[in-house]
Design a protein around this ligand. Sequence first.
Ligand SMILES: [Zn+2]
Length: 240
Amino acid sequence: MSTASIDRQTIEAMVRNALRQSASPAPRTRSGNPPGWVNGKPNLRVSISARHVHLTDEHVEILFGPGAKLEPEKDLYQDGFYAAKQTVMVVGPRRRMLPSVRVLGPTRPASQVELAFTDSISLGIDAPVRHSGKIDGTPGCVLVGPVGSVQLHQGVIRAARHVHLNDADAEFYGVQNGDMMQLKIVSHECTTIFDDVLVRQDSAAKLEVHIDTDEGNACHLDAASEVQLLKISSGCACKH
Ligand SMILES: [Zn+2]
């Protein structure tokens, strides 16, 4: 075997290795569990998503200065997502405003402001319930940063409740991307069932329901004794 062919084999092996490593995130973690699983089972987590802003790269530079980038301050439970150090002022009509709204990263193709109903009332913006990214025809606002400001012509929404889950979670619950589920929060004197929980399946996701601050307060999530995620049987209102 010539040196050249050995080199080629070595190179091919290196390329194969590199390709394997750069493939989409492995569905199993090193422990052999799917992402987020504990003791061989999904570990349901329900999180309150407080008001926040997503920005484009362009808007980050306008608001925070040329060359500015989002600076991660705190990792979110979903891998790769973070709360940035930066905040912006969100200004509505008649100069009503929320002075310090957290920016979440990474940046996105379109800027978007996610509010709870109470936030939208205090801003004076009639924000519709929408799923993230579905912002056509929604109201706008003005964002003000330390360096500049941006007029958003649309993108102010109340984020619709949803559950992030991976393929193993979806199999466990017998659901698929786009399905609706129910979330039951058992709390003293205010147990609540939320319908219309959209399934957002991603192979790298960890099982986590996102509700807004109004929803979390209504069911006193912080003091809940139990949380359950329930599949809705199709074509039949009963649960059997
Ligand atoms: Zn979410």
